[in-house]
Design a binder for this molecule. Structure first.
Ligand SMILES: NC(=O)c1ccc[n+]([C@@H]2O[C@H](COP(=O)([O-])OP(=O)(O)OC[C@H]3O[C@@H](n4cnc5c(N)ncnc54)[C@H](OP(=O)(O)O)[C@@H]3O)[C@@H](O)[C@H]2O)c1
Length: 282
C-alpha cells in the first residue's frame, strides 16, 4: 500500500545522499518521480551534522527522511546529534524516518533509541558491511594496487549489496507495511575477505592478493596515509571487535522486506568490474 506521502508532493530528504546507499536511495526515488533533496555538506542547501543551523533549511517541505549518519552511530555525541535532528524533523512536519544502522553494534543502540523516541513512523535498517566498500570506498585503492591489506582473518562476513540496502530503504520510505519493522540485512553468502578478493580478482581479470595484517600495522598505515583519528578508531573497532564472528550468519531481512533474495557477491563483483572501477593502475 503506497502512502499519501509517497504519491504526493512532499520532499524526501536523503541524508548521506552522495554516499554508497544514499546516492542509490535518491536515484530510486527520483526514478519514481518523487521530489528528493540530497542532504550532505555538498547538498543544496548544505546539510552538516556538525552544524545544527543547517538542519532546518534542509527540512523545509520534507515528509520523510532517510538517515544515514556519518561517521557512525556509535561515536561520542551521536546520540545527542541524531536525537536532536529527529526531534527537529518531527517538529518540522516529518512523519516518517528510515534509519540506517550497523549490524551487531551495541554501541549504536543509544542513538537508535534516541531516534525511536522521536515517536514518529520509523523503520530501522541494520546492515552488515556493504560489498561496495571494495569498489566505492575504503578498499578500492588496495585492489587497484593488486594487494588489499586488512586486519581480517578467517572470520566470514555476509557482505550485502548497497543496491539491496537502497531497495529496502525506498520500500520503507514509500510503503506503510514497513512502519515499525527492523530489517537486519545480509547478502546470501558468507565469505572471508580472502574469498571476496578472489571473487573480485576473477571478475576483474587481474591478480589481487589479500594480505592479513595486525590491527596495529593497519592503524599505523592508515595514520600514515592521513586518515583522521576518528576514522582510525572506527576501523580498529570494526576489525578488532565487530569482526569476531558475531555477524557470521545470514539473515532474511532482504527477503522479508522485498519478497526476493539478496544479490550474490559474484553478481556485485561482475557488475562493479564492468564499470571499470578496478581496471587501471599497476
Ligand atoms: N560502509 C559499510 O559497510 C556500512 C555498513 C553498515 C552501516 N553503515 C553505516 O552507513 C553510514 C554511512 O557510512 P558509509 O561509510 O557508507 O559512508 P557513505 O554513506 O558512503 O558516505 C558518507 C556520506 O555522508 C556524508 N557526510 C560526511 N560527513 C558529513 C557531515 N559532517 N554532515 C553531513 N553529511 C556528511 C557524505 O557527503 P558529503 O561529503 O557531501 O558531506 C556522504 O554522502 C554510517 O552510519 C555507517 O555506520 C556502513
Amino acid at each position: 500500500m503506497e502512502t499519501e506521502k509517497a504519491r504526493g508532493t512532499e520532499t524526501v530528504l536523503v541524508l548521506g545522499g552522495t554516499g554508497k546507499t544514499g546516492r542509490r536511495v535518491a536515484q530510486r526515488l527520483e526514478a519514481r518521480g518523487m521530489p528528493v533533496r540530497v542532504g550532505s555538506r555538498s547538498g543544496e542547501p548544505p546539510f552538516d551534522w556538525e552544524n545544527p543551523d543547517t538542519w532546518a533549511p534542509a527540512l523545509g517541505d520534507v515528509g520523510a527522511v532517510y538517515i544515514s549518519y556519518y561517521p557512525y552511530l556509535g561515536v561520542p555525541g551521536a546520540v545527542e546529534t541524531v536525537g536532536s535532528f529527529a526531534d527537529l524533523a518531527v517538529a518540522s512536519g516529518v512523519r516518517r524516518l528510515v534509519l540506517l544502522a550497523g549490524r551487531g553494534e551495541p554501541e549504536e543502540e543509544p542513538a537508535v533509541d534516541a531516534v525511536r523516541e522521536s515517536g514518529t513512523e520509523l523503520t530501522i535498517v541494520r546492515s552488515t558491511w556493504f560489498a561496495q566498500n571494495f569498489s566505492e570506498d575504503y578498499w578500492a585503492e588496495g585492489i587497484l594496487n593488486g594487494e588489499l591489506a586488512l586486519p581480517a582473518g578467517e572470520v566470514p562476513e555476509p557482505f550485502v549489496d548497497a543496491d539491496d540496502v537502497a531497495d529496502v530503504a525506498v520500500a520503507a520510505l514509500t510503503d506503510d507495511r514497513h512502519i515499525g519493522e527492523l530489517y537486519e540485512l545480509t547478502g546470501p553468502r558468507l565469505l572471508t575477505f580472502a574469498e571476496a578478493i578472489d571473487e573480485i580478482a576473477k571478475a576483474a581479470g587481474r591478480e589481487v592478493r589479500f594480505v592479513p595484517v595486525s590491527i596495529g600495522e593497519f592503524a599505523s598505515a592508515a595514520a600514515e596515509q592521513g586518515a583522521p583519528g576518528e576514522v582510525i578508531s572506527l576501523l580498529r573497532r570494526l576489525f578488532g571487535e565487530v569482526l569476531d564472528g558475531r555477524n557470521a550468519h545470514l539473515t532474511d531481512g532482504v527477503r522479508r522486506a522485498l519478497g526476493r533474495e539478496p544479490k550474490d557477491f559474484a553478481d556485485y563483483a561482475r557488475e562493479a568490474a564492468a564499470t571499470g572501477v578496478w581496471a587501471s593502475k599497476r
